[in-house]
Design a protein around this ligand. Structure first.
Ligand code: TRP
Length: 339
């Protein structure tokens, strides 16, 4: 019993070196494109993760509040999925585990037989999480896996035959565009077993002003969070971005259904990144795209489930119906088994 974690890919020097190389390569490719872009996966270094936690606490950032509301009110519905059997509660990209704690607490109080399996690529996030779980739930069995999601899941399936209930919370899926989310979900389907469950968060389309406020908070924390990407390039790749010469901008595209975030250059300028050995020119008002956060209609969710081999089991809404945690069952029988 107790909470520990395993590192599937040891972060030895070579791995750290590879990580840095990948970051440098992604920055080089992204800033060489027109329009320029930087991947949102690089938001989450230590400072970025802290800033995102502050974002989740903001009154304007309704997404986290909605999902807390769901986890407070729908525990019984979720518990019904796995009642009476031994199962794995898997979480992809667990973060600080605050939302999941509500569910874990409910499962423990009701004597469910399960282990919690958070999978995350960041070892420091995993350490913080397992320390927190050891303190909060000494009786909980946790096997954290530090790995890419699909590698972690494959490893897990090799050592247990139990049913998986996989959590992919927040706006994680929404950060993929349509084709990417299909590929991701189909990969997940391939990795999971018939009858496994997936619980995914979908932010629903809603009043545009509410969405704009959530991504442009009055305290400027979202701004800091977005600009942190440039800070990261400065510290990790020896860049010389002048942070004050860029501004945060988030807008909603009604047609694609995405909140889209950018960093916009406030003047003509050239930035040198030493570890890439190259300069990048920015014109006044030139944007760098940093993130998509897709918002969904009910019909989008149905189409996505159907296209990727899942059956929708339950729709768990928050009390305002702004957000849904959609529970899908993996269906492999009677479904063409493609890879
Ligand atoms: N993934 C989060 C989301 O889509 C991250 C986020 C919140 C974000 N606010 C942001 C990303 C502002 C870029 C800019 O909701």
């Amino acid at each position: 019993m107790g909470s520990t974690y395993k590192i599937l890919h040891p972060t030895d020097l070579e791995a750290v070196d590879n990580e840095k190389k990948t970051f440098a390569l992604d920055v080089l490719v992204g800033l060489s494109e027109t329009p320029k872009r930087l991947s949102s996966r690089y938001f989450y270094d230590e400072r970025g993760s802290q800033l995102f936690e502050q974002i989740m606490d903001l009154p304007e950032y309704y997404l986290t509040k909605c999902e807390f509301n769901i986890f407070e009110n729908k525990q019984v519905e979720i518990a019904q999925l796995v009642r009476g059997e031994k199962f794995n509660l898997v979480e992809l990209g667990a973060g600080d585990g605050r939302k999941t704690s509500l569910l874990i607490n409910h499962f423990l109080r009701n004597g469910f037989r399960f282990q919690y399996v958070p999978i995350d690529i960041s070892e420091s996030a995993m350490k913080t999480l397992t320390d927190f779980l050891n303190k909060s739930f000494p009786e909980l069995e946790t096997t954290g896996i530090v790995a890419e999601y699909f590698n972690g899941l494959k490893w897990l399936n090799n050592i247990t035959g139990s049913r998986n209930l996989v959590l992919f919370l927040g706006s994680n899926l929404g950060n993929f565009n349509k084709p990417q989310s299909r590929v991701f979900l189909r990969n997940l389907w391939n990795t999971l077993n018939d009858g496994d469950y997936l619980l995914t968060g979908f932010d629903l389309k809603k009043d545009i002003d509410l969405m704009l406020k959530a991504y442009n908070d009055s305290q400027g924390i979202t701004r800091e969070f977005n600009l942190n990407l440039l800070r990261r390039i400065n510290t990790e790749l020896k860049g010389d971005f002048d942070i004050d010469k860029f501004r945060h901008y988030s807008g909603y595209d009604v047609f694609t259904g995405a909140m889209e975030s950018y960093l916009v250059s406030l003047e003509n300028q050239t930035v040198f990144i030493k570890d890439i050995g190259q300069s990048f020119a920015f014109q006044e008002w030139e944007p760098i795209h940093t993130e998509y956060s897709y918002k969904y209609l009910e019909s989008d969710i149905r189409e996505l489930a159907e296209a990727t081999g899942f059956v929708i089991e339950k729709q768990l809404y928050d009390s305002r119906k702004w957000f849904v945690d959609s529970v899908w069952k993996v269906q492999k029988v009677n479904h063409r088994d493609t890879t």
